[in-house]
Design a protein around this ligand. Structure first.
Ligand code: UN1
Length: 478
């Protein structure tokens, strides 16, 4: 059994505290034990002070220095890729292969924003008043409070921390208590890369630590990815203090499969979206909406593929699906699935709560004949559980896709340009996937949803500038 004691990281140094929280390997309890201190308002205040002090220096250090430091973080992540991926697998249950992909993505995000630091483009215009000019520059916001989830334990921190730094901000970051060891390794690499001490500060803990960040008067903007309930708390705290906020939450994402689609390819898209990464992606497919004409063929092919999925130790190269991230997650997904099983209408076709699974594993579960008001249509299930909704045609399918207060990612499988164009225009969603799984996004383009899925400016790609800068308008007369 390996034991890892974690510390906060404030102003360039590790700050220890009494271990309160714990995380174990969700695949096997005797492998790894991580102990985590909890930052209270006082520790958070120290971190905010360090970030404020660093901001005064960091914003004027020059864009080349920032770019170099971000590029160095990229290089260090690549160098430590195997070690980081193993830790992610052991800490969160993500498969080693998925973790490797995520670590690579995190590295590239730092690389992308190293470039962005060098092109913070402003504008210069003539004033409407003769002889005067107007300049618009994009200045840093200040100290950004960031709260990140466990399901992408390195990529999501990367897509918040890298743009914050690229545009000259400093950071107080609280990672999830389920992925704090991975966070601590990233923090150490950021430090090793030569980023100014205090520019990124990491405070560990659970909900109360997050609340202390949100309430701290020194925080200038808040960025959050996680649950609906916590997202709402973060937004309300930001409203109270009138600071910018972005919250990325879940979705009840739908994949619409039309009768003219390549059925085998559509099955693979559904399989990937619904079950890969054990369904623990905010972009995962939980509603598979299928045109009646091909529904029997589609469901039997999908069930055959689900039954072939190999569950096992995340470190084993043959494993396709690891465990859920924690006993709490397993209890939650079990409760939600049981609710579906008891609901009249939908039929369980594979998996389900009756299948006994060791540790935090949960059987990939599929329902058929679900209806618009089934529980799975209403609330996100952050696990390997999905339902097929049968519809008579495209119009009914699109209405079913849009029958949600969420709207993060919506997929369509078709060979028809007409339907693809229509779907792109009328699906109520921030991201549209044509003949691709609903999950699996690029880092150089905007990411985010509509409705209850997302709030505030988009993340990632060049869109990140909108959140991490403030437009400053100067009127100038010589
Ligand atoms: C992906 O689908 O590749 O928490 C990423 C999440 C999202 C990221 C999805 N913010 O699952």
């Amino acid at each position: 059994m390996q034991i890892i004691h974690l510390s906060h990281h404030i102003g360039g140094t590790d700050v220890s505290g009494t271990a309160v929280l714990q995380q174990q390997n969700p695949a096997k309890a005797d492998d790894l034990q991580i102990t985590i201190p909890v930052a209270d308002a006082h520790v958070v205040e120290q971190a905010v002070t360090a970030a404020k002090t660093a901001f005064a220096v960091f914003r004027d250090q020059g864009i080349e220095k920032r770019a170099d430091a971000l590029a160095k973080v990229q290089q260090l992540i690549v160098q430590h890729s195997d070690e980081l991926s193993q830790l992610i697998a052991r800490e969160t249950g993500k498969t080693f292969a998925d973790a490797k992909g995520e670590v690579g993505r995190a590295a590239r995000i730092f690389g992308f924003f190293a470039g962005e630091a060098l092109r913070i483009v402003g504008e210069r215009l003539e004033s409407t008043r003769n002889g005067a000019m107007v300049e618009v520059e994009y200045a840093p916001v200040g100290v950004i409070g960031q709260i990140t989830p466990w399901n992408f334990p390195i990529a999501i921190p990367a897509w918040k921390i890298a743009p914050a730094l690229a545009f000259g901000n400093t950071v107080v970051w609280k990672p999830s208590e389920i992925s704090s060891a991975t966070a601590a390794r990233l923090m150490a690499l950021i430090h090793e890369a030569g980023v100014l001490p205090g520019a990124v500060n990491m405070v560990l803990g659970g909900g109360e630590t997050g609340a202390a960040i949100c309430a701290n008067a020194g925080i200038d903007a808040l960025s959050f990815t996680g649950s609906q309930a916590t997202g709402k708390k973060v937004r309300l705290a930001a409203m109270e203090r009138a600071i910018p906020v972005q919250t990325e939450m879940g979705g009840v994402n739908a994949l619409l499969v039309l009768a003219d689609a390549d059925v085998d390819a559509a099955v693979e898209n559904a399989l990937n979206g619904a079950f890969f990464a054990a369904g623990e992606r905010c972009t995962a497919t939980s509603r598979i909406v299928v045109e009646q004409a091909i529904a029997d063929e589609f469901v039997s092919k999908l069930v055959a593929r689900v039954k072939q999925l190999k569950l096992g130790d995340p470190l084993d190269a043959a494993t396709q699906i690891g465990p859920l991230a924690s006993p709490n997650q397993k209890a939650l997904i079990s409760r939600q699935t049981a609710k579906m099983e008891q609901y009249p209408g939908a039929q369980l076709v594979c998996g389900g709560t009756a299948v006994e699974m060791p540790a935090c594993f949960f059987a990939p579960t599929l329902f058929d004949h679900a209806k618009a008001d089934d529980p799975i249509a209403l609330e996100e299930i952050f696990g390997p559980v999905a339902a097929v909704f049968r519809v008579k045609d495209y119009a009914e399918g699109l209405a079913m896709v849009n029958n949600s207060r969420f709207g993060l990612s919506a997929g369509l499988c078709t060979n028809s340009l007409k339907y693809a164009e229509h779907f792109k225009r009328y699906a109520k969603s921030g991201m549209i996937m044509i003949n691709l799984p609903t999950a699996g996004i690029d880092y150089h383009v905007p990411f985010g949803g509509v409705g209850a899925s997302s709030y505030g400016a988009r993340e990632q790609g060049r869109a990140a500038k909108a959140f991490y800068t403030v437009a400053k308008t100067t009127y100038l007369k010589a």
